[in-house]
Ligand binder design. Structure first.
Ligand SMILES: Nc1ncnc2c1ncn2[C@@H]1O[C@H](COP(=O)(O)OP(=O)(O)OP(=O)(O)O)[C@@H](O)[C@H]1O
Ligand SMILES: [Mg+2]
Length: 345
C-alpha cells in the first residue's frame, strides 16, 4: 500500500527535471574529480558546477517552509465566492474555519472538516481550492495526501495491515511537515476500524510519541447525509422560499442524525462525531439548473472559449433532474459538465 500512497506524492515535473540534471552534473563532476585528480583547476571548476546545480536544485525542491506553504486568505475567499456555485453555507463555513485555523499560531488540535452532500456538488473542488491557497504546489504538493477508501483500502481482510500503515504514513508525514493535509475521500465507504485508527491524531493532544499533529488539516468527504440535505432543499423550494434562506441550523440536526443512523456508514460506528473530533460539518446543497449553466460557462472560460449561453443551456438541458415530478436538482450535479462540453464545442 505504501507504494500506492507514495505515488500520490509525486514530485512536480520541474523538480524531477532539475533533480535529474543535478544528478547528471554531480556525477560528471565526481568522475572528472577522479580522472583529473592531478588537475586541480578542472577539479575545482567541476565541483563548482556541481555545487551551483545543487543550490539550484534546492531552490526548486519543495520544502516545508513559508516559501512553499503560505496561506492566501484573499485567494481562498475569492475562489469560494466566484468559482463555487450554489453553496452559500459551505462557502461561509469553509472560509471561517480555514481562516480561523490558519491564522492561529497555536491551534489546540488539527483542523477536521467533514464535507457532506450529493454527488457533483463541489466537495473535491473545495478541497482543491483549500490546497491551492495554502500550498504553492496545490494538490501536487508533497504535503497533500489523498486517500480513497476503495483504492487504498480495498480489502476488509487486510484492515489490520492498513491500520498500521496508515498510522505510520500520517506520523511520518506530519513529522516531516507539521502543516500536512490529509484528504479522505469516500469516507462513508471506509472501514470503521480504519477511521478509529486515525482518531488519536484528530484529538486535543499536545504531542503523541513526540509528534504534534496540531497544525495538520484533515478533510473527510462523503455522500452521507446527502439525502437529508436534499430533502430540506426541496422543502424550501416547494414552499417557494429562496435557497439562500437555508441556514446551517436547518440542516445540521438532520445531517448528524442521518449520518448517525446510517448503519452502513463508517462514520456512524466511530466516535468521531460524539467525541467532537470533527470541528465542522459542511453541507453541500444539490445543484439546480441555473448552477449547471454557471458550471458550463465557467468551464468554457477555463478553456479560453467565448462563453456561449446557448451551449451552456443545451448542456444543462441534457442532464437528468430529480425528483421525477419537479425536476429541480441535477442528478450528477456539475460532475459531467467537462465531458458534455467536449461533445458540444
Ligand atoms: N458547486 C460547484 N460550483 C462550481 N463547480 C462545481 C460545483 N460542484 C461541482 N463542480 C464542478 O464539477 C466537478 C466535479 O465536482 P466534485 O468532484 O467536487 O464533486 P463531489 O461533490 O466531490 O462529488 P462526489 O460526491 O461524486 O465525489 C468539479 O471539478 C467542478 O468543476
Ligand atoms: Mg468527490
Amino acid at each position: 500500500m505504501c507504494k500506492q500512497l507514495e505515488s500520490d506524492d509525486s514530485y512536480t515535473i520541474t523538480t524531477m527535471k532539475v533533480e535529474r540534471i543535478y544528478l547528471l552534473f554531480y556525477g560528471i563532476s565526481l568522475i572528472s574529480a577522479c580522472v583529473n585528480a592531478f588537475d586541480p583547476v578542472t577539479t575545482t571548476v567541476a565541483m563548482g558546477i556541481g555545487a551551483t546545480l545543487g543550490t539550484i536544485y534546492k531552490y526548486f525542491q519543495e520544502s516545508c517552509t513559508p516559501k512553499w506553504i503560505v496561506f492566501n486568505a484573499t485567494g481562498l475567499d475569492v475562489d469560494l465566492e466566484k468559482r463555487l456555485f450554489g453553496q452559500h453555507i459551505a462557502t461561509r463555513i469553509i472560509s471561517k474555519a480555514v481562516n480561523g485555523f490558519l491564522n492561529n499560531d497555536n491551534p489546540k488540535k488539527p483542523l477536521v472538516l467533514s464535507l457532506h452532500g450529493w454527488t457533483g456538488t463541489g466537495k473535491n473542488f473545495v478541497s482543491k481550492m483549500i490546497a491551492e491557497n495554502f500550498y504553492k504546489e496545490g494538490m501536487d504538493s508533497s504535503f497533500v495526501h489523498v486517500f480513497t477508501s476503495e483504492l487504498h483500502f480495498p480489502h476488509a481482510s487486510q484492515i489490520e495491515t492498513y491500520k498500521s500503515q496508515l498510522q505510520q504514513w500520517i506520523k511520518g508525514n506530519v513529522t516531516n511537515c507539521p502543516q500536512s493535509m490529509f484528504i479522505f475521500d469516500e469516507m462513508d465507504k471506509m472501514h470503521p476500524g480504519l477511521i478509529d485508527s486515525i482518531k488519536p491524531y484528530l484529538d486535543y493532544y499536545d504531542k503523541l510519541d513526540g509528534v504534534s499533529y496540531r497544525k495538520a488539516i484533515f478533510i473527510f468527504l462523503s455522500n452521507a447525509g446527502g439525502e437529508s440535505i436534499t430533502q430540506t432543499a426541496l422543502e424550501f423550494w416547494k414552499a417557494g422560499r429562496n435557497r439562500e434562506e437555508i441556514e446551517l441550523a436547518d440542516l445540521e440536526n438532520k445531517l448528524t442524525l442521518s449520518v448517525f443512523n446510517n448503519k452502513k456508514s463508517g462514520l456512524w460506528h466511530t466516535s468521531l462525531i460524539d467525541k467532537n473530533l470533527v470541528d465542522f460539518f459542511v453541507p453541500f446543497l444539490p445543484l439546480e439548473y441555473k448552477h449547471v449553466v454557471q458550471c458550463a460557462l465557467a468551464e468554457m472560460e477555463a478553456r479560453d472559449l467565448e462563453p456561449d449561453m446557448s451551449v451552456a443551456d443545451q448542456v444543462a438541458r441534457d442532464l437528468m433532474y430529480f425528483p421525477k415530478s419537479e425536476r429541480v436538482f441535477s442528478v450528477t450535479g456539475c460532475k459531467t459538465i467537462v465531458s458534455k462540453l467536449d461533445y458540444y464545442v
